[in-house]
Design a protein around this ligand. Structure first.
Ligand SMILES: *[C@@H]1O[C@H](CO)[C@@H](O)[C@H](O)[C@H]1NC(C)=O
Ligand SMILES: *[C@@H]1O[C@H](CO)[C@@H](O)[C@H](O)[C@H]1NC(C)=O
Ligand SMILES: *[C@@H]1O[C@H](CO)[C@@H](O)[C@H](O)[C@H]1NC(C)=O
Ligand SMILES: *[C@@H]1O[C@H](CO)[C@@H](O)[C@H](O)[C@H]1NC(C)=O
Ligand SMILES: *[C@@H]1O[C@H](CO)[C@@H](O)[C@H](O)[C@H]1NC(C)=O
Ligand SMILES: *[C@@H]1O[C@H](CO)[C@@H](O)[C@H](O)[C@H]1NC(C)=O
Length: 418
């Protein structure tokens, strides 16, 4: 019996080894074909071999690391601009009038040069799939994408509307602003709190909600046109709280409104903990900014825990290119050549956004670096009236740079399995 046992054990060992060999072969084949998940190994119920197999798999994955990396998580944000005379611009600034603000449609201004419309962004390690309206809408069937932020977010929203429609009226978009309360204009406001459109083709909604600071802004006296407002640094914008359950994709941005001039100009007082008595730390504007972004990202990260289908992106700071002065002191950008050396710039990274998303499920739309090269693509001194006034070296001509932000967003959405 003892001998038989030993014999049996040996037999088992041979069998196990053979099984293991077959498994290994399968796994090696599998690795060549597809991205391997650990689930595959867990299905092997021989735990001794599990360890060996895992090690083997790691070695194999290492061999193909470069390849796998490219397919699963390409860094779209590192690359260079190249001339693309074929396809660009992706829509016409003359014809996408329904969605473009005239002041941003540089084709409608006195601007004489349009070479800036002709470049595409080429990531170093992969290609950016061209924006495809059909694949975007199909991916977004029965879904809602919202941009919440300042005028740069609004530019990205307008760009997306033009990209989807191709700048023509051939794809029907219905105004559904009232679904998000945009028909109720804020008191004494010249413009609505946002815009929302429905593409009936796929039941897709595209939304923009103004929220320059991303925190909740409460007007102190709604019947007073000169009333002050409280910016609650620790409360997300009311749109986020009220409509988050309707959203599938959210793109947040803030940054350029965090200066004393903008706060004073809008009669905004910062609050935290329901009071305007701020800690020493929060009295420093940069800390208040950082604190608010941290809070909003935390809030959205909790929402993702409840609704794992929700995708949230935080767009990093869009660079300004004022030279020889600022926006209010004669700064200009009408002589900037494309692809100037950006290494002296303070706008290569966005530490506030980078810190906020770490350890969360919120992703960065890390557009700071790529946009930094394109100082010539701002509105600059040109206008629709023909007067060459104060230069705008903050907003971008459309079509233009925000189209590329959306191409990257499109790539990230269509490569997604959900
Ligand atoms: C954003 O992109 C820049 C340029 O490629 C890079 O230096 C930076 O590390 C990126 N940030 C993150 C958080 O990936
Ligand atoms: C979209 O919604 C319609 C109507 O509710 C439904 O019939 C369809 O299956 C949905 N499609 C997807 C892809 O969810
Ligand atoms: C709010 O503003 C209106 C108009 O200026 C003024 O008549 C009213 O007294 C104000 N209410 C309060 C509570 O300050
Ligand atoms: C809010 O109040 C709590 C408790 O009093 C305190 O611990 C916290 O630091 C306060 N937060 C801010 C931002 O002032
Ligand atoms: C923002 O706040 C977080 C949390 O307090 C901190 O870790 C981070 O260093 C801050 N970032 C900046 C740029 O101030
Ligand atoms: C505005 O600038 C353009 C381009 O430099 C120039 O041709 C035009 O004469 C200027 N217009 C005025 C009103 O100064």
């Amino acid at each position: 019996m003892k001998g038989g046992n030993v014999q049996g054990l040996k037999g088992k060992q041979v069998l196990i080894s053979m099984l293991a060999l077959i498994c290994v072969l399968f796994i090696i084949l599998g690795l060549r074909r597809a991205h391997v998940s650990n689930v595959l190994f867990a299905s092997s119920n021989n735990w001794q071999h599990f360890h060996v197999l895992q090690q083997l798999a790691v070695t194999n994955a290492d061999v193909e690391a470069g390849h796998l990396h490219k397919r699963t998580e390409c860094d779209y944000f590192k690359g260079k601009w190249v001339l693309d005379n074929g396809r660009r611009p992706l829509y016409s600034g003359n014809s996408c009038r329904r969605f473009l603000s005239a002041m941003w449609a540089c084709r409608l201004t006195t601007r004489p040069d349009f070479q800036f419309e002709k470049y595409k962004w080429q990531p170093d390690d992969c290609t950016l799939p061209p924006f495809d309206s059909h694949s975007f809408l199909t991916k977004m069937r029965n879904k809602t994408i919202a941009f919440v932020g300042d005028s740069l977010g609004r530019q990205q929203f307008q760009s997306l509307m033009c990209l989807i429609t191709g700048g023509t009226e051939s794809i029907v978009a219905d105004d559904v602003g009232r679904e998000f309360g945009f028909d109720l204009r804020p008191p004494f406001s010249v413009r609505p709190g946002g815009w929302a459109y429905l593409f009936q083709l796929t039941n897709t909604r595209v939304v923009f909600s103004w929220s320059s600071w991303l925190g909740d802004v409460q007007v102190d006296n709604e019947s007073d046109p000169f009333s002050s407002s409280a910016l609650q640094l620790d409360q997300p914008a009311s749109f986020l709280r009220d409509y988050v359950h309707k959203l599938d994709v959210l793109v947040l941005n803030t940054g350029h409104h965090w200066n004393r001039g903008k706060l004073l100009g809008n009669r905004i007082e910062m609050h935290a903990n329901g009071s305007k008595e701020l800690s020493k730390k929060l009295q420093v504007l940069r800390n208040a900014y950082n604190y608010t972004v941290q809070n909003v990202v935390k809030f959205m990260n909790n929402q993702i825990d409840h609704n794992p289908g929700l995708r949230v992106f935080l767009t990093t700071l869009s660079p300004r290119h004022f030279r020889n002065g600022d926006w209010d002191s004669g700064g200009s950008c009408d002589n900037i050549k494309p692809f100037g050396d950006p290494t002296n710039s303070k706008f290569l990274k966005d530490p506030v956004a980078e810190a906020a998303i770490s350890n969360t499920k919120v992703q960065l739309l890390n557009i700071t670096y790529l946009s930094q090269f394109r100082g010539e693509a701002h509105i600059s001194k040109y206008s629709i009236t023909g007067r060459n006034g104060t230069e705008d070296c903050l907003h971008w001509c459309l079509p233009g740079i925000p189209d590329v932000w959306n191409e990257i967003l499109h790539a990230k959405l269509i490569e997604d399995r959900i």
